[in-house]
Design a protein around this ligand. Structure first.
Ligand code: ADP
Length: 553
């Protein structure tokens, strides 16, 4: 069932007694209103993506009660957030801010430290503060999802004029995804690069009991900074925004984002490639096309197996054996699909009016056909429920949920990703594919790689789908992930993002010059958050009172 009683009781944070914790919670209830503070003392409830829990990771790699909140608090304003920060400093209770908490595959809504009090910013702070139809920008609060922003454009009749950029799944928060440096699939797919301006509540308390709120970039100007806040991200002096992404240095309460002008037409295309060995030559063809913007969006090159898994059926429909599904079985089933038998599928989109698209599409077609066995799939032959049309919606700024389907590959389907970054080179694609293949074979897990090609780099996303109720499978998944992270690091590849459980390991691979970068992050952490209350351990950054005390995983 989706609901279970807590086995380990109320997860009280380490370092505080139960009575002291409960009295601190009563104090917080008095400060914010009792209905805005919920104790997590009864059960674990999983739900599904759109009704995801805000207390724990519904796709746990370890025990569900390991990364779990003791309570959830729902601030309604920046002032409420300041009150929570002050309260946490007084009682030395760890806080974990989330916007929506649908960061599935990377820990969902779960805190890194068991018993943290989760600040669910999205529930009540969910206003779209501005959509500027002249500048093509917006200003949002944490609870604004990609769906909500898109629906607002539609409601205001602006969707014909401007687009949002959405990740594969549209239910997440624009702020949450951007702070975790997530990507989407239009030319505005690098969300972090497309944001402009943050408002941040800092985690410490000053001598007079004050909590600071700062605005970055042009928002820092004393008078009228908001005028250009969303138009120019840098302002004057050090560009500070970076330290608030993938970190635990502040709680973001507002963010500006650029919106994309409707390009005046769009057209998705799909190519298949026959052999796994086509990977390296194909990546070599993609690189110059991508850098020169003939390939205009963060396109995906997916393994054929994903075309099968995204149909949403369990793996057992195709294969009853154990271990990775054999290649000939994958190919046999692919033959019955609209995609046909292949090793790789490329999904892309061309933008602009027909005559401009035609020019680019001709070049792409000619270049891709240098690979023998390359096939262009004519979209007009594809039924409306084909996955291709989900990619079509996403790459043209319409949020979607189709991507959820491959989670059904396993019972109690959960997923966790290996996400290394490399240059767009055939050799690098081969290296990463080979090491992933080896570790997956050892673990007996199906390999589902997708290369997402940016402007100078590509992210390889390998999602491992596992049964959350199968301890042996979870152990193997962890072993496989940890092995791939280490193998990749030895070859000079690092992850762009990772799950809570793997953050220490991944942070540890960025160790150049005696871990100078982590030393700098620790210095910042101790200065900005001297009591160490904000998201301890997130992205491998531990406050002083936790550091080297056995918290690292
Ligand atoms: P989404 O639902 O969009 O996938 P989340 O809300 O789960 O994203 O956010 C992803 C991660 O980013 C969170 O686990 C948290 O560590 C961090 N985060 C999200 N929102 C904020 C915020 N407003 N301030 C600081 N950190 C945040």
């Amino acid at each position: 069932s989706d609901t279970a009683t807590l086995q380990r009781g109320l997860p009280i944070p380490q370092g505080i007694s139960k009575p002291a914790f409960l009295s601190a919670i009563d104090e917080l209830r008095n400060l914010l209103g009792a209905k805005h503070v919920l104790l997590n003392d009864k059960e674990i409830k999983n739900g599904w993506y759109m009704e995801s829990p805000n207390t724990h990771d519904m796709m746990p790699l370890f025990d569900s009660e390991e990364f779990i909140a003791s309570a959830v608090v729902y601030p309604g304003s920046v002032d409420d957030v300041k009150i929570i920060v002050k309260w946490a400093n007084k009682h030395l209770i760890p806080l974990f801010p989330i916007s929506i908490g649908r960061n599935l595959g990377y820990g969902g809504s779960a805190p890194r430290v068991r018993g943290s009090v989760t600040i669910d910013l999205g529930r009540r702070m969910n206003r779209i503060l501005d959509i500027n139809a002249d500048d093509f920008t917006c200003l949002v609060e944490p609870g604004v999802t990609f769906y909500a922003l898109h629906e607002e454009l539609v409601k205001r009749g602006l969707d014909d004029k401007m687009w949002i950029d959405t990740p594969d799944l549209g239910g997440g928060s624009v702020i949450g995804n951007t702070l975790d440096r997530g990507v989407g699939y239009t030319p505005y797919g690098d969300h972090w690069a497309c944001h402009s301006g943050l408002e941040v509540v800092l985690p410490s308390v000053g001598e007079k009991g004050d909590v600071s709120v700062l605005r970055t970039g042009m928002g820092a100007l004393g008078v009228g900074g908001e005028n250009t806040w969303q138009c120019f991200p840098y302002g004057f002096g050090p560009y500070n925004d970076g330290i608030f992404s993938q970190s635990n240095f502040g709680i973001v309460t507002k963010m500006g984002m650029t919106l994309m002008p409707n390009p005046g037409g769009f057209e998705s295309f799909m190519y298949t490639f026959a052999n796994e060995s086509d990977l390296a030559p194909l990546i070599e063809i993609i690189r110059p096309l991508r850098i020169s913007n003939i390939l205009e969006n963060v396109a995906q090159l997916r393994h054929g197996l994903q075309t099968l898994s995204v149909k949403g059926h369990p793996r057992t429909k195709y294969f009853a054996g154990t271990g990775p599904m054999p290649d000939d079985v994958v190919r046999k089933h692919l033959r019955t699909t609209a995609t046909g038998e292949c090793a790789w599928v490329y999904y892309g989109m061309s933008y602009g009016p027909a005559h401009i698209r035609g020019h680019k599409l001709d070049i792409i077609d000619k270049e891709f056909h240098r690979i023998p066995g390359c096939k262009r799939i004519d979209p007009s032959t594809l039924p409306a429920d084909e996955y291709f049309w989900s990619r079509d919606r996403i790459a043209s700024g319409t949020p979607d949920l189709e991507e959820l389907k491959w989670v059904n590959w396993m019972p109690n389907g959960s997923h966790i990703a290996f996400s290394p970054v490399s240059p767009i080179r055939g050799k690098d694609a081969d290296n990463l594919f080979a090491l992933a293949r080896k570790r997956h074979a050892e673990a007996g897990i199906d390999l589902m790689p997708a290369f997402c090609v940016g402007l100078r780099e590509m992210h390889l996303i390998v999602e491992i789908v596992f049964d959350a109720e199968d301890e042996e499978m979870k152990r193997k998944a962890e072993e496989c992930l940890r092995g791939m992270i280490d193998d990749a690091a030895k070859l000079g590849y690092g992850e762009y993002r990772t799950h809570l459980a793997l953050m220490d390991q991944v942070a540890g691979t960025y160790s150049w010059n005696d871990s100078a970068l982590m030393k700098f992050n620790n210095t910042l952490k101790d200065a900005i958050d001297p009591n160490g209350i904000l998201a301890p351990g997130r992205c491998g950054i531990w406050p002083e009172r936790y550091r080297n005390r056995g918290w690292e995983l």
